[in-house]
Design a protein around this ligand. Sequence first.
Ligand code: ATP
Ligand code: MG
Length: 421
Amino acid sequence: MEIRALKGTKDIFGEEMRKWLDMEETIRNLCNDFGFSQIRTPIFEFTNLFQRGVGETTDIVQKEMYSFVDKGDNAITLKPESTAPVVRSYLEHNMGADVQPIKLYYMSPTFRYERPQAGRQRQFHQFGVEMFGTDSPTADAEIISIGYELLRRIGLNKVELHINSLGDTECRKKYNETLKAFLESKKDGLCPLCNERREKNPLRVLDCKNEACQEMFKDAPTVLDTLGDECKAHFEKVQELLTAMEIPFVVDPKIVRGLDYYTKTVFEFVSNEIGAQGTVCGGGRYNCLVEEIGGKPTPAVGFGAGMERLILAKEAENGNTLPPATRDLFLGYRGEGATVWAYKLVNELRKEGVSAESDHLQRSVKAQMKYANKIGAKYSAIIGESELENKVINLKNMQTGEEKEVAFDELVTVMKQELNK
Ligand code: ATP
Ligand code: MG
């Protein structure tokens, strides 16, 4: 049998890997500018963390988790999102006792058993941010502004920000009643899953992917109508802050998000450039989750962004903007005696941070120069018989074609000078 990678998974290497490293660097710099520090939680957790944290009636828990029993009879799940693990870690390490807010970000493989298609995989990667310990609308606005700034830095202009408020438990309770009544009146036309969820989790019903259902939800009552004074003021302040930060948005009462833990502000950044799977980033406030997972009531807000979709959207809008890969020097050789010198010099260069390569395949000089071009060498030289005798090489600038003689023991110094020009 031919062994292949699993459906919905991808190997990342070569040019594609360079795009990933570039995106990761952008994200690290971004988070540093916003004062967020990185957290890495394990790839797997006890299954009940997600059952409790993500919610029993969500698509993720009902249909998408990679769950298994390990050899010690533990029920384990590959993380389908990272917020619940980060909350678990926040509690386990008593971060609540530290100065608040706690501002964390992650980049993590994420696993969901879904039907693979463009922008939808079974192992994908999420970049996310979480801020704990404050209910201030400034925190919501700061979280949204990180997403916006990321999209600005990677040159995505054709992305829309949709925001909504789901209210707190009080407003939600009221809204759930109104919504249940509305859904009851539509029950004959709803899909079986919606009818199943209608009573237990009416809000989740609005997130159904079925078009016929969505059509019916057009005139559903909106949660914004049932917001209490405090939630209304909070939502207005978030909007005022976004406006002041010159972040354009539309209020979209249809945004309910696919996870149970959200309260108050929710939002999505949607790209129109990458087809049906256009949501590149989604998040919101989740003031009940920390308590749900066993901690003291702790307000929190965050988002998750699909890194595959960010990379796709960036390329769709701007093409490949990465400069080609380069190497500082290719130092080839001809003849047995030159081999040792080539590797001795290459090693000295590398110790000084000059990227250098030589030949491993006993290729002809012509083939070695072809290789030098392929790796994007800025400079090249070949150690032949006379070079070996005089301990001098002809260093060629591959761009201008200029050549100059450089003694072996001057090579490191000269290369460093040349590269600093
Ligand atoms: P969708 O409605 O597209 O399924 P979601 O609501 O399930 O998205 P979230 O749980 O909010 O998504 O995850 C945050 C982000 O992670 C999404 O906006 C998307 O960019 C990305 N994402 C989610 N699922 C996948 C997947 N299977 N493959 C690639 N990216 C994904
Ligand atoms: Mg999904």
